[in-house]
Design a binder for this molecule. Structure first.
Ligand code: DC
Length: 230
């Protein structure tokens, strides 16, 4: 059984998808990490985020692959494990731009479809239900208000700053994070190639007022129903 989970940044897709996959014994595929690895390659090569032709050209030299170690997804960029370098704001912002390029998407969609061919996956992203796995047995569109998503990101960053014990660590600015999220949503939803949108047959789950457990259980329930009816 393949499960597609799409939705905007910060809706909790990866946390939820990882839990659902663990419960079902499926493999969790984080497609955002693949777009981030491609973005990292652009940054390392000094590519201008506003130059789509340069992005299209440069992506031809980036070989992205995935391996699983102790059940955890590791992303390799030209043979180097870059998993630990992907979750920064800089990489996220570049990914939002470079993922709009047709050739970047072609390369990564092919990799994603191959992964789902031979094994049951829970895959999260923006175009999984619409483009990558249009025949997925269950499609979820996981969303939350921009303010809720900004607040979650703010708390995550504040926690990180506290843990770093660096006296000079700059505290994040909630209004700025919310603005960033709104801009990224707009770009993801309005790009020409595979914009973020709800698949016609997707079930919408709004996580604004739900806990992680509640959302996970809701999806597991839907998956069990689909299994019975298929
Ligand atoms: O989910 P994330 O924040 O790790 O994704 C990073 C960027 O990659 C995001 O701006 C949109 C893009 N992305 C995409 O276009 N298609 C996907 N299937 C997954 C992510």
């Amino acid at each position: 059984m393949n499960i597609a989970i799409d939705g905007p940044a910060g809706a909790g897709k990866s946390t939820i998808a990882r839990r659902v996959a663990a419960e079902l014994g499926s493999i969790y595929v984080d497609t955002g990490a693949m777009y981030r690895a491609m973005a990292l390659y652009m940054i390392k090569n000094g590519v201008d985020a506003e130059d789509p032709a340069a992005i299209e050209r440069t992506c031809e030299d980036a070989e992205i692959s995935i391996r699983y170690q102790d059940g955890m997804q590791h992303v390799y960029l030209n043979g180097e494990d870059v998993t630990g370098q992907l979750r920064t704001e800089e990489v996220g912002n570049m990914a939002s731009k470079s993922s709009a390029c047709r050739r970047v998407r072609e390369k990564l969609v092919e990799l994603q479809q191959k992964l789902a061919e031979t094994t049951s996956v829970v895959m999260d992203g923006r175009d999984i239900g619409t483009v990558v796995l249009p025949k997925a047995e269950l499609k979820i569109y996981l969303t939350a208000s921009a303010h809720t998503r900004a607040l979650r990101r703010f708390q995550e960053l504040a926690e990180k700053a506290k843990e770093s014990e660096d006296e000079n660590a700059v505290l994040p600015d909630l209004a700025e994070i919310e603005k960033d999220i709104e801009e990224r949503d707009y770009r993801d939803m309005h790009r020409e190639n595979s914009p973020l949108m709800q698949a016609e047959d997707a079930v919408v789950v709004d996580s604004s007022d739900l806990t992680i457990e509640e959302v996970t259980n809701c999806i597991l329930k839907l998956a069990a129903q689909r299994k019975h009816t298929s």
